[in-house]
Design a protein around this ligand. Sequence first.
Ligand SMILES: *[C@@H]1O[C@H](CO)[C@@H](O)[C@H](O)[C@H]1NC(C)=O
Ligand SMILES: *[C@@H]1O[C@H](CO)[C@@H](O)[C@H](O)[C@H]1NC(C)=O
Ligand SMILES: *[C@@H]1O[C@H](CO)[C@@H](O)[C@H](O)[C@H]1NC(C)=O
Ligand SMILES: *[C@@H]1O[C@H](CO)[C@@H](O)[C@H](O)[C@H]1NC(C)=O
Ligand SMILES: *[C@@H]1O[C@H](CO)[C@@H](O)[C@H](O)[C@H]1NC(C)=O
Ligand SMILES: *[C@@H]1O[C@H](CO)[C@@H](O)[C@H](O)[C@H]1NC(C)=O
Length: 512
Amino acid sequence: MPDRHVDMTWKHVISLLLGATFTIIYWCISSNGLQLSLLHTRILENTSLIHSTINKTRLLPSDNTQYQSQIKILSSLFPMEMVSVKGKIKGEDIPKNCSKFPSLLDLKFNNIYWQELLSSAGEILYFLTAYYDNRTLLDVKPVVRIISVFNQEDLPFVKYCHLWFNKKLVFSNVSSAITTEAFPSKMHMYIITCAIPNHLRSVIPEAVSLVEHKCDTATNLLQVNHNVPMDGIKKNFAVCVKGLDYPHTDMSLHLIQWLELLAILEVDTAYIYVYDIHPNMRSVLEFYEKHGKVKVSPLTIPGTRPNLYGLVHEFLQKLHNGKEKLVYERIPHNDCFYSNMNMYKYIGIFDFDEIILPTNGLTWINVIDKSKDVEQNQSNFLNQSPSAYLFRGAIFTDDFRKGYGWDPDIPYYMSMLQNVYRTPIRKSYTKAILNTEKILGVSNHSPKKCIGKCFIYNVPVDIAYIAHFRSSCPKDCRDIIKDTNIWTHKEILSNRVHNMLVQTGLMNDLIR
Ligand SMILES: *[C@@H]1O[C@H](CO)[C@@H](O)[C@H](O)[C@H]1NC(C)=O
Ligand SMILES: *[C@@H]1O[C@H](CO)[C@@H](O)[C@H](O)[C@H]1NC(C)=O
Ligand SMILES: *[C@@H]1O[C@H](CO)[C@@H](O)[C@H](O)[C@H]1NC(C)=O
Ligand SMILES: *[C@@H]1O[C@H](CO)[C@@H](O)[C@H](O)[C@H]1NC(C)=O
Ligand SMILES: *[C@@H]1O[C@H](CO)[C@@H](O)[C@H](O)[C@H]1NC(C)=O
Ligand SMILES: *[C@@H]1O[C@H](CO)[C@@H](O)[C@H](O)[C@H]1NC(C)=O
């Protein structure tokens, strides 16, 4: 019995010990489990949060207009129908023993919108878009222009273009590579030009590829765009804005004022390229896009440069105002020019913190007409219309205004109307309105290549000048004067901006 008792006690102790251990282990597992499942719920919550933001803004278009605009982007970059499995176009027509029509499996894409050509020496050319150019004043025409970026200074290795008329291959040589830069940089922008043979001058090729050796199978296939007005009549003005990069700063109020003022000055459309922008700016742009006043094109940087949300901003900040950054500005500017040269008579290259302000309540077309009178009296123009109209500008800043307080008659959020203190107009600060019949390459401050000689008309500052709105003055800010020229549009601009703020719901953000 005692033995048994001892036995029992031992068993009891052991079972107690085991039980305790299991309880402890079980408690550990279960509490961990509890934590894990809580964590899981939170991750799921966060994921769905992220999803709903993305669904709304980027990946999965939430409504039909956005879906349509995605399709439009694709169709301006890529000849979808030619590679689609169900495509209508069938049957290659290619000289024997030479290349083949590149399939989707042969193509090399880069950072979503770009395509590549890798040379045998390891140099890489990136292509964004291609445009048909048959403008009257060209010596050699028609041609196809390809907006390209190269990681080297010279372009010796690309010599051949494959022009695709349906899937019939027509060879052509690269006839020129226009660059707008004369500076050393890690990247260079080129407008590569392929001539279309004379017997095909009335047919527009569907697509173009660039190759190193004549019979290579291409690794790129670009849609050849030819944007023309439906009714055959060019509109007057488009403005082109380089890639916006405001992931953290909400510039929507400024954007609205700028777009409304452009509309008042009878500018037809603003073409705006976008890296990353604040959600409010995105809604503002979507609103104007729906009403046909804005067209947004998403943009990435080619090659090994960063493109993740937020990182692009850090990268562009790092480049500061370096040469490479200028290259990334010239890509959208030149793409915008070629995309719209047949749609508008004039194209202006501006940032959205600057605007051409005519004097005496004129609109932009009045400025051009008035300039024509003046220029006809200048013998050097020899009856030519200018390739470009060059404007001089001044800086208006909020810092200058602070010394004077708010103007009580104007809503404080109308920063353009409040900031009426400026520097003298500077000769060194220029922006241009380009004549679409006469320009081959642009920079953000002036035309860089014209068809023939560049005739540049300096618009007198008593007709119009650029107002550049900034928060502070970068340098040389003496001799500040009050300039209320913009008040010509005070009532109409205030009303239109107010309406927009109400319609987009942004007014609630302002009146907190
Ligand atoms: C979920 O998001 C919140 C707020 O952004 C953040 O504080 C939290 O750490 C996130 N949780 C997880 C599990 O990622
Ligand atoms: C967002 O997309 C995800 C994944 O396709 C889907 O499960 C979710 O329901 C969508 N949310 C909204 C708000 O549309
Ligand atoms: C076709 O290609 C093969 C293999 O590269 C070559 O041997 C042949 O000579 C070529 N024929 C012609 C007509 O170029
Ligand atoms: C391309 O250049 C080569 C060599 O310079 C020349 O023989 C050929 O005729 C050119 N082809 C076209 C289509 O212009
Ligand atoms: C290009 O212009 C020429 C006249 O210079 C014309 O004959 C030809 O048809 C035009 N091409 C197209 C596709 O309109
Ligand atoms: C151009 O010259 C004509 C004749 O000399 C003169 O009447 C006219 O006022 C001038 N126009 C301008 C804008 O200077």
